[in-house]
Design a protein around this ligand. Sequence first.
Ligand SMILES: [Zn+2]
Length: 272
Amino acid sequence: MKFPVRFILFILFIEIAFNGYPQDNYTWFKISEVGPKTWLLDDHGDDNIYLLEGDDKALIIDTGMGNADLLGAVRKITDKSLFVVNTHGHPDHSGTNYQFDKIYLHKDDVEAAKMFSGKKPNQNNQFIGEIFNPEFIPVSEGYKFDLGNRVIEVMETPGHTPGSICFLDVKNKFLFTGDNNNSLVWLFLDGCLPLSEYLKTLEMQVSRLGEFTTLYPGHGPAMSSEFIIDQVNCVKTILDGTCEPRPYESFVGEAKICSSGNASVAFNPENL
Ligand SMILES: [Zn+2]
């Protein structure tokens, strides 16, 4: 597989930007309980890591940038045996995979995740915690993680990446969405699917709105599930030409952006 240039730039940016940051996990993660037995570990403001606990096991959703001792932070909350999953293979969601021996994710994002799952030294050239070379276990639509009186189910949501998945907490009606349902979704990166494919994903989610009430995204605060309707409207206005796109600039390149309600989508006009 040929790795997209912008992926490489992305990881270089992260390495440069975070070199020299404090590595103390006691101050790195801002931890809050956002639902019953459900914790948000704010990864220094860059991304959201979630910890879900059932009667028997616990589940970590995404591993963040890789700059602090995630396992140590989790062990302050639960001593239950852990499942670890990635919503997708981008480095801000898979960066601490090296602290775990098994990672569950969709097969189409395994290659990307492998690029970012290596051990990372801190500013003193020391490695954090025990280092694993994780085994990647592919999961697909409907796969269930049974935590004990709490089942978490995989929902395939291709678009932002080919192997993006969300995790449905059936009992609590929570959906953990990675980068699929953020207030601003990037659909312009190399590797993103055409916008028309992303629309199919969003429409599938709308058809399942009865199953979840709250979205827990990979970046930013929790939102009502109705937010996905704004996303559908936003993408439709791009595809039918009724949106007048504005320019959008980021450290990984330029794109166009349209907004509708609370949703914005940055996209590549060559990949509709
Ligand atoms: Zn992403």
